[in-house]
Design a protein around this ligand. Structure first.
Ligand code: SAH
Ligand code: SF4
Ligand code: F3S
Length: 454
């Protein structure tokens, strides 16, 4: 059957969608060229804010309506919102055919077979009885791929639904991850992003290394060891990881990032707020000063590291001066980019029990203020690159302009350029930056593909 997957939410969800696609292809189904072409439509859902759920619910409402497209035979939902709503999802969407939670992806091809064979609807949520989490298969491979290293989250930030819908932390064994990376490299993947909600916690709650495994660099911490081992895989040119937490920015992490050239000079390090009172209420486990020190530690070994962040505005009781403290702190750190979110109470989280007392128009105002600040800051950071060269991993033809190609810098900035010589996806090239826009750099290729790693 031809299937199409529409994905909402984070990188973790993008990875899950590709894993599900791979499992369905293994079962003999075929990836549709677009949504209009699909007989089986799957919606991968996100619960992180009310708006994310509304989007997925709206999409599911349209695609399960009686007047839906005639080609569409089955519509299923999976991911975080399924895990959160469980059977209530069918009350909202009576024509939905099946729904699969975050721990049950492996069963998805079987579920599709069962739904096709009979009239019943299927809901699969909760812990997977066989305890198996990981999927190593990938369906669509480009230059860059996502790889799970740590499932779930143990942090329990007071506002966050992720631990509820994704469960507690489970680290994959290092050997299994490294095998997946080798396989990807053999299939021409040149860049991998190692994924975990609090990725630096890798290997803290479970043993992930076998006694015989050694770290030539002498790294003790499981995450630093994994980065070192991943960098030794031939064919992989770049390694990224997300998301970070200040408590994981140890001296050892700073050391490995400075010492291993394949590790990208970029870190996504969500700040959320720079008010210590709000950070405490958020249960983030650090103060503004801890965050400042974490950044300083990394900048000591990787001076030009690009740091990006997430901020929540309008958290319960956030005062104007606490908001201004966050604003000033963002200037102090000089973030390369930032995602700004309006606080959204998530049912069942501790923060949802506190008054959501910042009015929507004030949340909008704070959101806008930080966005404007950040746009200015991002543009300034990008303009500072004019006249300099950057090593760029070529991703392919620009989606906006077929005459141009795009790639990314080690700091994760998008660069647009005219292709030269027999350029191929996955080449590492050097580009001299000529023009800067808030989200894009433009430049000219210098020389031929080189084996530069950063
Ligand atoms: N695991 C990542 C974040 C995952 S959610 C981390 O902690 O680093 C992505 C972002 O969504 C968070 O960083 C936070 O800024 C935002 N977010 C999470 N819950 C939210 C809520 N209830 N309301 C508004 N924004 C939220
Ligand atoms: Fe949510 Fe906090 Fe875990 Fe991130 S670290 S997923 S914000 S609980
Ligand atoms: Fe990601 Fe949304 Fe789930 S942010 S982990 S898809 S709730």
């Amino acid at each position: 059957m031809k299937f199409y997957i529409k994905t909402y939410g984070c990188q973790m969800n993008e990875r899950d969608s590709d894993a599900v696609a791979a499992l369905l292809v293994q079962r003999g189904h075929e990836l549709a060229s677009g949504e209009g072409d699909a007989e089986l439509l799957l919606i991968n859902t996100c619960s992180v804010r009310a708006k994310a759920e509304h989007k997925a619910l709206g999409k599911l409402g349209l695609t399960t309506a009686p007047n839906r497209s005639k080609t569409l035979r089955l519509v299923g939902a999976f991911g975080c919102m399924v895990e959160r709503l469980g059977p209530r999802l069918f009350d909202k969407l009576p024509n939905l055919d099946f729904a699969v939670g975050t721990h049950r992806f492996r069963a998805l091809p079987d579920i599709v077979d069962r739904v096709l064979a009979g009239p019943e609807k299927i809901l699969a949520v909760g812990e997977n009885p066989d305890g198996e989490h990981a999927v190593s298969e990938h369906a669509v491979l480009g230059v860059s791929a996502f790889v799970n290293i740590l499932f779930g989250c143990n942090r329990g930030c007071s506002y966050c639904i992720v631990p509820t819908v994704r469960g507690g932390e489970i680290s994959r064994p290092a050997r299994e991850i490294l095998d997946e990376l080798r396989e990807l490299a053999a299939r021409q993947v040149r860049e991998v992003t190692l994924l975990g909600q609090s990725v630096m916690a890798y290997g803290r709650a479970q043993a992930v290394w076998e006694a015989a495994d050694r770290s030539p660099g002498g790294y003790q911490e499981p995450f630093a060891r994994l980065l070192e081992a991943a960098a030794e895989i031939e064919g992989l040119r770049r390694i990224r990881f997300a998301s970070g937490h200040p408590s994981g920015c140890t001296a050892e992490l700073a050391r490995v990032m400075g010492a291993v050239p394949k590790l990208c000079r970029h870190l996504h390090l969500p700040l959320q707020s720079a008010s210590d009172r709000i950070l405490k209420m958020m249960r983030r486990g650090y103060s503004a000063d801890d965050y400042r020190r974490a950044v300083a530690r990394l900048r000591e070994t990787v001076p030009d590291i690009a740091i990006t962040t997430d901020i929540i505005v309008g958290f319960p009781s956030e005062s104007p001066s606490e908001f201004e403290a966050t604003r000033a702190f963002m200037d102090e750190i000089g973030f390369d980019n930032a995602f700004i979110f309006k606080y959204s109470p998530r049912p069942g989280t501790p923060a949802a029990g506190w008054p959501d007392d910042i009015a929507m128009d004030e949340k909008i105002r704070r959101n806008k203020t930080l966005l404007q600040d950040q746009n200015r800051r991002t543009l300034a950071v990008n303009e500072a690159m004019i006249g300099r060269t950057a090593d760029v991993l070529v991703e392919g033809v620009s989606p906006r302009n077929p005459d141009r190609w795009t790639g990314r810098t080690s700091g994760n900035k998008i660069v647009v350029f005219s292709p030269e010589f027999d350029m191929r996806k996955g080449d590492m090239i050097r580009v001299r930056i000529a023009r800067a826009m808030p989200q894009t750099l433009y430049g000219a290729v210098e020389g031929s593909p080189c084996e530069v790693e950063r």
